[in-house]
Design a binder for this molecule. Structure first.
Ligand code: PHE
Length: 355
C-alpha cells in the first residue's frame, strides 16, 4: 500500500502566496460533477502551510458529499488561508487576505463560490464581494442571505431529534443529556437552544472565557478532555475536526454523536471503531448542511426564507434515512451516507437505489 501513488481526487487546487498579504491562500475544487463547487473560507492558524493544504483537500472533498447527500445541485470546494502561529491580523491585514482570496476565486470564473467558515463571517464576505460575485452569505444589507450559523444550528437540532428518535425511540430533547464540544457561533446557538428545551447540558471550549455561556445557561462546564469523555446521551462536536481517533473513541461514554464540526473523524476507519463500540455516529456531512442548504436556497434559487427553513429541517429526514439504511445493510452510518452521495454523483452505476 505504501508504494501505491495517491490519486488526485480533486479537479483543481490553487495555491498562491497572496500578493497583498504574503500568506498562503489555498482554494481546492474537489468536484463540479453536480454543479458549481461551494464551500466556505477558513481563516485560521496552522503551524505549516502544508497542514492547511491537507485540510483544504479533506474539507473540500467532504463538501462534495455534503452537497450530494443534501440533494443540492452543487459540488464541493474549500478555501483555506494558513495564518502562521503567533501572527495576528489587524483590520488592514485581514482586508488584504480577503482581497487575495477574492482574486483567486475571480480567476476560477464561477466554477467555485465561497462563503463563511471557521474564522470568517458575513462582513468578510462583503469584502470578497468587492472583487468577485461568487460569494454567499454577505450581510442582508449588502444583498446576501447573512449569517449561516443560525441555519446550521437549526439543521443540527433537526438531526438531534432524528438521532434521539432512532437511538432512544423518542425525538424529545427535554431531559436528555448533551455535551457540546465548542462554543463558537454554531455551538453557542445550540447550547442556548438545548438549554431552552430543558435538556441537561455539559459544555466546553478551548477558550476558557466561554465559561460565561455555561454560567448563563446553567450548564456544567468541563475541560475539553473531560467533556469528550462525559457520561451523556449525545455528544455534539461543534469545533474543529479530527476529534475522534482510535485513542479518544475508547474513552467515550455517550450513546450517540451528532454535531456540526466538519471532518470529525481522524480517518474513515474510525467510523468502524465507533460502530463496534455501539456508538451511533451521525455523519457530519449530513448534520452540518444547514448553512449551505439555506444560503443556496435563498441566493441561487430565490426561495423565501420559509421555504429555505423547511429545506433545512429536512436534514432530520435525511439523517433518519441514513441511519435506517445503515441498520438494514449492517454497515456504519458513514458508509450509508457515502453510498447515498455516490448514488447521486454516479447515478449510472447505481444498482441499490430504491428511489
Ligand atoms: N461553512 C459552510 C460549510 O462548511 C460553508 C458555506 C456556508 C458555504 C454557506 C456557502 C454558504 O458548510
Amino acid at each position: 500500500l505504501a508504494n501505491r501513488a495517491t490519486p488526485l481526487d480533486h479537479e483543481q487546487v490553487h495555491i498562491q502566496r497572496g500578493p497583498r498579504s504574503g500568506l498562503p491562500v489555498i482554494v481546492a475544487v474537489h468536484s463540479t460533477t453536480l454543479g458549481q463547487a461551494i464551500g466556505g473560507c477558513r481563516l485560521t492558524t496552522y503551524s505549516r502551510w502544508t497542514d492547511a493544504l491537507s485540510d483544504a483537500l479533506r474539507l473540500s472533498a467532504a463538501m462534495t458529499d455534503k452537497c450530494a447527500v443534501a440533494g443540492l445541485p452543487n459540488g464541493g470546494g474549500k478555501t483555506v488561508v494558513a495564518i502562521p502561529p503567533g501572527h495576528t491580523l489587524d483590520p488592514a491585514a485581514r482586508r488584504a487576505v480577503l482581497l487575495d482570496v477574492a482574486d483567486t476565486i475571480a480567476v476560477l470564473d464561477g466554477i467555485y463560490a465561497t462563503g463563511p467558515d471557521v474564522g470568517t463571517g458575513p462582513q468578510d464576505m462583503a469584502v470578497i464581494d468587492e472583487r468577485t460575485q461568487y460569494v454567499f452569505c454577505r450581510p442582508p444589507e449588502a444583498g446576501g442571505s447573512g449569517d449561516s450559523s443560525t441555519h446550521t444550528a437549526t439543521g443540527v437540532v433537526a438531526a438531534l431529534h432524528a438521532v434521539c428518535e432512532s437511538v432512544f425511540g423518542s425525538p424529545q430533547l427535554a431531559g436528555r443529556r448533551f455535551a457540546i464540544l465548542g462554543l463558537g457561533r454554531v455551538g453557542a446557538r445550540l447550547a442556548r437552544h438545548l438549554a431552552a428545551t430543558r435538556a441537561e447540558l455539559v459544555v466546553t471550549d478551548i477558550d476558557t472565557s466561554k465559561r460565561s455561556v455555561a454560567d448563563e445557561l446553567g450548564a456544567t462546564w468541563l475541560p475539553p478532555d473531560e467533556a469528550l469523555a462525559s457520561d451523556v446521551d449525545v455528544l455534539v462536536p461543534a469545533a474543529l475536526g479530527g476529534v475522534f481517533t482510535p485513542d479518544t473513541v475508547t474513552r467515550l461514554r455517550c450513546a450517540a454523536i451528532a454535531g456540526p464540526a466538519n471532518n470529525q473523524l481522524d480517518a474513515p476507519a474510525t467510523a468502524a471503531l465507533l460502530h463496534r463500540r455501539g456508538i451511533v455516529w451521525a455523519p457530519d456531512v449530513v448534520v452540518s448542511a444547514g448553512g449551505i442548504i439555506h444560503a443556496t436556497a435563498v441566493e441561487l434559487h430565490h426561495e423565501t426564507s420559509q421555504q429555505a427553513a423547511a429545506r433545512v429541517l429536512r436534514i432530520g429526514d435525511t439523517l433518519a434515512r441514513v441511519l435506517r439504511d445503515a441498520a438494514r445493510a449492517g454497515v456504519t452510518p458513514a458508509a450509508a451516507a457515502t453510498n447515498l452521495a455516490r448514488q447521486r454523483l454516479q447515478p449510472s452505476t447505481d444498482t441499490t437505489s430504491r428511489e
